[in-house]
Ligand binder design. Structure first.
Ligand code: GTR
Length: 677
């Protein structure tokens, strides 16, 4: 009794006595120490404190970090008392402070930890034999330095993305499923053997891969996406630590839309309930993961169910004034519309970056003497960013040649079975992280180079993913960060998304073509299929140096009207490809009528230049009727401007969503007409 009175008096007089033990704290304060590496940085350095706080908990988080550190090394460092860790500590106020050169013994003494967690480095995570005897030794070491009530937990790391360039992936046959299964085995065995709790992050990540979000959970194929992936795993930690469902928790990180945040919480919750098996969290998921199709009840493909809508009038200014002259169209209305498409849909791109260079990598004869091939590298002044352009020109032609410029989906080497086409360095610049070296020529049916050169044209192509990878990496990779100002780590709501970045890449290639004497830069047609058709339209809308635009099955966000809500809608396109558009576009999900424009006005931005729009009969996802209607709406602007009808052309062919030789033959005829061949 007297002793405790004395202690109480001491505490009152000397609050620092308490501070030495981590400061005065609320009774429900939980103290968690992670022993990890960059994967624990992804897991606990952000969001976790906030999620706990949203439910009224105070959480103190320690994180012992050495890049790539594995259990054996942790044990060696602990045994040798080496002060080699960076000790990250999130205090009760949520502020993270880093203390360099910290030893395990120091960190263990820093707080009266309630929980200590361990994980194996991701490369070894699926190899149970690599855990021991180090885990046993580490546990002994940690238990000797923590309160008896302290819980020990295993933190289950996650499998790599399909196509990940991580050098450990071959250990698992480059198979995500194999890696996931192996790590489930190994963590399960370890947790059982030592009677430890488990934080099933790996399963939460795997669950999320079976939702519409698919592979958009890592940012480089193994580290977590900065918003979605990290939040998902923090949710998993929260539920595993507190035993309370994270579903319904009110915290959501900036830049993460509500739908994705909800999916993350569902996936985390399901993982905590079933830590070693994938649960299909079919929450508002338009994608049927069992057969890879879109669920028919989620998309409207019934023409009778197209809602009533009113298209904005292309020839009325936003303030209601009618456009009366061509000069007013070009001087006022067109700039106004372009600005709206840039700020509300695609996001603004910078101009040419000062210091951009190009380098001729290779030149030579191709296609059995029919063509000449050039491969040019475009190098940006920052972040080691570059990409390679593949050019085919007719071998015989004299003088500057008109060309088609279009992005390709799978890499330059897939465009032709030409052994001289260079593969990019895997993965080339700053760890885009997902790369599959596709076999040569697999996309050649989309690129009839023989026909193109025979008709006297050149082809200029490059891989979209070399500009910006085509997955949601949190805008970490590719060119998007090139424009960030100091301290910025995500585009502003009106700054470029990936489609805008790709289109910007097309303009940078045009900069090069202006310097290439073999090419007539005044006769460059922007062409693209599907998402790359949207891109070609945007490139030409924005950059009037493109002399022609050809949209092949570009659909939603391209040539198809948004207000018809037929086939792909804004909800689905932003849900599946959140990286394609700028942040402002998300407000139009389910609010198509609030859009200040529709896609007929997008097509009208091409005027007075030749415009070709093509659809395919079986391609209901892209809404061929919506494409035709938008095309006709654009034609009305061409008419108003007094332009000849021959400048606009539309076709719908039989068959599926594809860019075929048949399509190309029509585009070549169209080019013949307008490029004076
Ligand atoms: C689809 C997407 C379309 C279209 C297409 C493609 O999955 O929903 O908007 O762009 O991909 O690019 O092939």
């Amino acid at each position: 009794m007297r002793k405790s009175l004395l202690l109480a008096a001491l505490i009152l007089l000397f609050p620092t006595v308490l501070e030495a033990y981590g400061g005065p704290s609320r009774p429900d304060t939980l103290r968690v120490l992670a022993i990890g590496n960059s994967f624990s940085v992804d897991a606990v350095d952000q969001n976790l404190h906030e999620i706990a706080a949203a439910d009224g908990h105070v959480l103190i988080i320690g994180n012992m970090v050495i890049g790539g550190c594995f259990l054996e090394k942790h044990w060696r460092l602990a045994a040798g008392d080496s002060a080699r860790y960076s000790y990250h500590k999130t205090g009760p106020d949520g502020v993270l402070v880093k203390r360099p050169q910290t030893s395990m013994s120091w960190a263990l003494a820093d707080e009266k930890w309630d929980v200590v967690t361990f994980h194996q480095s991701s490369g070894l995570s699926g190899q149970a034999e690599s855990y021991e005897p180090y885990l046993t030794e580490l546990l002994r070491y940690v238990k000797a330095r923590t309160p008896r009530r302290c819980r020990m937990m295993m933190h289950q790391t996650w499998a790599y993305a399909e196509g990940s360039t991580n050098h450990n992936f071959p250990t698992y046959g480059r198979s995500q499923e194999q890696m996931y299964e192996a790590l489930c085995q190994a963590y399960g065995t370890a947790a059982k053997r030592h009677r430890m709790g488990l934080i099933p992050s790996g399963t939460a990540v795997q669950n999320s891969r079976h939702t519409f979000n698919r592979e958009n959970v890592t940012r480089d194929g193994y580290h977590l996406h900065k918003w979605f992936g990290r939040y998902l795993v923090a949710c998993t930690w929260y539920e595993a630590l507190y035993g309370t469902s994270v579903v319904g928790n009110a915290y959501r990180p900036p830049h993460l839309d509500g739908r994705r945040a909800a999916i993350a919480r569902q996936c985390a919750h399901a993982a905590c309930r079933h830590p070693f098996t994938v649960t299909r969290v079919d929450f508002d998921n338009p994608f049927d993961t069992s057969n890879g199709n879109w669920k028919p009840d989620y998309i409207n493909t019934d023409p009778s169910k197209v809602p009533d809508y009113t298209l904005p009038d292309a020839l009325t200014m936003q303030d209601g004034r009618p456009v009366q002259t061509a000069a007013q169209w070009f001087g006022q209305r067109r700039p106004e519309l372009l600005e709206l498409f840039e700020t509300e849909m695609f996001g603004k791109a910078p101009g040419r970056l000062e210091g951009t260079k190009w380098e001729m990598l290779e030149e030579g004869p191709a296609l059995g003497g029919l063509a000449r091939r050039k491969q040019v590298r475009i190098i940006f002044p920052r972040r080691g960013c570059y990409f390679t352009v593949l050019i085919y020109l007719p071998a015989q032609a004299k003088g500057p040649i008109p060309v088609f410029m279009g992005l390709n989906f799978e890499g330059n080497a897939t465009v032709q079975p030409d052994p001289a086409i260079l593969y990019p360095d895997p993965w080339r610049s700053d760890g885009y992280g997902i790369y599959v070296e596709q076999p040569r020529g697999t996309q050649s049916s989309r690129w009839p180079v023989d026909e193109i050169v025979r008709r006297g044209y050149g082809l200029v192509t490059f891989h979209n993913a070399e500009i910006d990878p085509d997955f949601d990496d949190g805008f970490d990779n590719g060119v998007t960060p090139l424009i960030y100002r100091e301290g910025q780590n995500f585009p502003e709501p009106d700054q470029w998304g990936t489609l805008s970045a790709w289109a910007w890449g097309m303009s940078r290639v045009l900069d090069y073509l202006e310097e290439d004497p073999d090419v007539d830069a005044a006769r460059v047609a922007a062409i693209g299929h599907s998402r790359l058709g949207k891109t070609a339209l945007l490139a030409a809308a924005r950059d009037e140096r493109f002399a022609m635009a050809i949209s092949n099955d570009s659909g939603c966000g391209g040539a198809a009207l948004s207000r018809r809500r037929y086939g792909e809608t804004i909800r689905f396109i932003t849900g599946n490809f959140p990286h394609w558009f700028c942040g402002n576009f998300f407000q139009y999900v389910d609010h198509e009528d609030a859009l200040p424009f529709d896609q007929h006005e997008f097509l009208a931005l091409i005027a007075p230049r030749p415009l070709y729009v093509a659809s395919a009969e079986d391609d209901s996802w892209t809404d061929p009727v919506g494409e035709r209607l938008a095309f006709q709406g654009a034609q009305a602007v061409y008419d108003f401007l007094g332009l000849d009808r021959s400048l606009t052309e539309y076709h719908i062919r039989e068959g599926a969503h594809e860019l075929t030789r048949e399509d190309w033959l029509r585009y070549l005829d169209f080019a013949d007409k307008h490029f004076n061949r």
